[in-house]
Design a protein around this ligand. Structure first.
Ligand SMILES: [Zn+2]
Length: 340
């Protein structure tokens, strides 16, 4: 079975919203809701990835988990609670899952057959502008940050707009946003451009000294969601020696931008083909967005990954190329950004 390291998932949000009483138990025993839990990861060959710490908008919480609304506190507390869930998973895993802070730790997990979990901040809305909270999260093991989700914050504006639209949806980085890039660079943290609007993307491309990484985005040329990347952006990511992780969300895949789950796996293949044509084999990977999107029915949850690899083999993808997409390219870029 092909093993997979993945650029983005929202497991922690699912556990925080719905399984807060005993999140690690739920994770290891199996979860009825959503795409991810430990038994299904094992079935699908999922060996690790970036796990998002994400504070949902209140309107989303109201819809998804009204019970959670009563306990909803400030964003910073919610972020620490989600990181605590990841720590609890590690603590109760009996060696089956570890929080990784370096490429070497990911390699150790792989050798030991343990799940490699990288803590990632999706949306810095709750962080202060002086870098104090960022320093605290770094000290606690977070190694990756995307400054935005879909809304504006003190650091700039996330990409917004409904299908079809350009990613050029607002102003770029604020001075505090520029400072955040410098603070993340100084710590050699991964900076995720996936939710950046176009101006913020180009600001980051100009300022950051690290490879550009879009953890969970697709090709705008094939699906004109503003969250997807234009060919010009893809070329800039390639030039920086970065990586794009392909998102499995129907709305980010389909040419019509709909959430329709009747989406054949060949649509994922087409995005991979396009990204590889523009960026080459060494800059494309997976960024499922499991638990954050609706997937094609033909894929289903994480246990369906072998079906995707069957479709890729069918399309003529070689074993070497699949290795790069599934683990090699993430391994390479994380080592480059973080150092050993
Ligand atoms: Zn996202």
């Amino acid at each position: 079975m092909q093993i997979v390291f993945d650029g983005h998932n929202d497991l922690l949000l699912n556990l925080w919203l719905h399984y807060a009483d005993a999140p690690a138990d739920a994770f290891f025993n199996g979860i009825a809701r959503g795409d991810l839990d430990f038994p299904r990861m094992r079935q699908g060959g999922f060996i690790g990835g970036l796990f998002a710490i994400f504070v949902p908008p209140l309107s989303y919480m109201e819809k998804m988990a009204p019970a959670r609304m009563a306990q909803a506190q400030d964003g910073l507390t919610i972020m620490w609670q989600q990181l605590a869930i990841l720590q609890q998973i590690e603590a109760e895993s009996a060696g089956r899952a570890r929080i990784c802070r370096s490429a070497a730790e990911i390699a150790q997990c792989r050798a030991a057959g343990a799940l490699a979990m990288v803590a990632h901040i999706e949306g810095a809305d709750a962080l202060d502008g002086e870098g104090e909270a960022l320093a605290a999260f770094y000290a606690a093991g977070v190694r990756s940050i995307g400054p935005f989700w879909n809304l504006p914050n003190r650091f700039g504006e996330g990409v917004t707009g409904s299908f079809p639209a350009s990613p050029d949806s607002g102003a770029g980085l604020t001075p505090q946003g520029e400072a955040l890039i410098a603070q993340a660079n100084a710590r050699r943290m991964l900076i995720d451009v996936s939710h950046m609007n176009e101006k913020a993307f180009w600001d980051t491309a100009r300022l950051s000294d690290a490879p550009l990484v879009a953890t969970h985005s697709n090709a705008h040329a094939l699906c004109a969601q503003p969250r997807n990347l234009t060919d010009e952006q893809l070329r800039a990511i390639r030039a920086s020696d970065g990586v794009v992780g392909v998102n499995f969300g129907n709305a980010f895949l389909r040419p019509d931008g709909k959430r329709d789950a009747d989406t054949p796996l060949t649509v994922i293949v087409k995005h991979l083909d396009h990204l590889i044509a523009i960026m080459g084999e060494d800059h494309v990977a997976f960024g499922s967005d499991f638990d954050g999107i609706s997937t094609p029915e033909a894929l289903g949850d994480v246990s369906g990954l072998p079906r995707l690899f069957a479709a890729l083999e069918q399309a003529g993808y070689t074993h070497d190329l699949l290795e790069k997409l599934a683990t090699g390219n993430w391994q390479r870029v994380l080592k480059q950004i973080w150092g050993e």
